[in-house]
Design a protein around this ligand. Structure first.
Ligand code: SF4
Length: 114
């Protein structure tokens, strides 16, 4: 089973209702729904913290401390498709930074649940 790291918007997780980090991404990963396409193992769920400068280093720590290099990194749907947009970062740019740093494919979005 493929191993993945999820990266979510911490600001949304702190203030949203009904999910933010609680189940939607985890359900989609477990069932292989949405962008996952097949059931996967989530080895870390990293929270972005405004203004987002720690994302890359925190993902690096998750990889280092878990001792597991992920097959893929996912920017969660609430971060990739945020409306209004993140005032600090473009999710595509974050994805490029992660891909360049860790040599791992990065997917924008996780699920289509509402
Ligand atoms: S920088 Fe943007 S994506 Fe990161 S926690 Fe803040 S609002 Fe969310």
């Amino acid at each position: 089973m493929k191993k993945v790291i999820l990266v979510g918007c911490g600001a949304y997780m702190d203030s949203g209702y009904g999910c933010p980090g609680e189940w939607r991404c985890l359900k989609a990963a477990a069932l292989g729904d949405g962008k996952f396409g097949e059931p996967v193992q989530v080895i870390a769920f990293v929270r972005c913290e405004c203004p987002g400068r720690t994302i890359v280093s925190n993902v690096g720590m998750a990889i280092k401390l878990s001792g597991i290099k992920p097959d893929k990194i996912y920017i969660t749907s609430c971060m990739a498709g945020a409306k209004p947009k993140c005032p600090y970062n473009d999710p595509k740019e974050i994805a490029e930074m992660l891909k360049e740093k860790f040599g791992v494919e990065v997917e924008l979005g996780t699920h289509d649940y509402h």
